[in-house]
Design a protein. Sequence first.
Length: 150
Amino acid sequence: MSGDGDLMALYSQRILALAAGIPRAERLESPDVTVRRRAPLCGSTVTVDLVLDGDTIRDYGQDVKACALGQAAASVLGAVVIGRNRAEIARAHDQLLAMLKEGGPVPDAPFDGFEVLLPARDYKNRHASIMLALGATREALDTAAKQAAG
């Protein structure tokens, strides 16, 4: 990071507020599927639990051990994840990754809250942490689909 101003912009009040108030930050008692992911570079981890109705998320729990950016991403996801299906999560994942790595647009609604992470585009070492919650959720849905297919 090039200076204190950059650091302050990256960890804006909005990001810190999201990080402090992560929705659905409790593990589920009887999930249909659980996935834990770790970002090797920084050591951040996220565990997600899903209760599903087909490929639609009916309940969601998460345990987030990440930097403020990873926590903010988990917060954005936790606020909108209920009722989303596998295709919507996959699209949001791909759009967030493109936003960070390729300068793509903010993900479509209801995932447009990821806009708060636009300042992190230039901080490639933070991208893995930002992608953890969405990546774990996508992996959990893929795992459940494979299990259902037998």
